[in-house]
Design a protein around this ligand. Sequence first.
Ligand SMILES: [Zn+2]
Length: 208
Amino acid sequence: MQSEDDYNVLLTRLRKSLPETITTHKRFEIPEPEVLYEGKTTVLRNFGDIVDAINRESSHLMAFLLKEVGTAGSQEGRRAQFKGRVPVSQLGDRINNYVDLYVLCSECHRPDTKLVKEGRTLVLECEACGAHRPVRVHKSTITSKKLSALEEGKEYDVMIQDIGKKGDGIAKIDKYTIFVPGVAKGATAKICIVKIQGSIAFAKQVFE
Ligand SMILES: [Zn+2]
């Protein structure tokens, strides 16, 4: 009897010492962003659920999203708020970017990773396969490409987020505020950039 008890105790202890990934094999799913608009504020209702699913610091994800979307905002409990009307698709894309960058292992594509600092470098360590890669922020974010890509004479698809005092539609692409005459609030439009002045751009609607 004594030896069987010892065996059970040992077995329990052994199971507890196994990493979660071996015993559970949970499927990795990021919740779709649930967004609602309160006036000119965008509320990401399930921010907390998304943070739980990806197992990262909420402040880290929040800082990333604010930078990528190019707006101000804050965490309010398990919700997150952003200034302005941020399209759901944009939030979803940016969350996916974050996951590619800071969560998924580039070798085995599993999310069982952790972020560690090695000197000044942020390194993603995979607990499933042992892979180890530095996080390369600059190359993989879409924002940096888009920022340098806003050019006079080029066409972009935008959503008209607001109407300015003079009646022009206002769209945003990252840091740029773009004025488009003759469009309605909430509409999506193909526009051609006419002129860029700093972070302000003037565009005209393009009809196909
Ligand atoms: Zn891996």
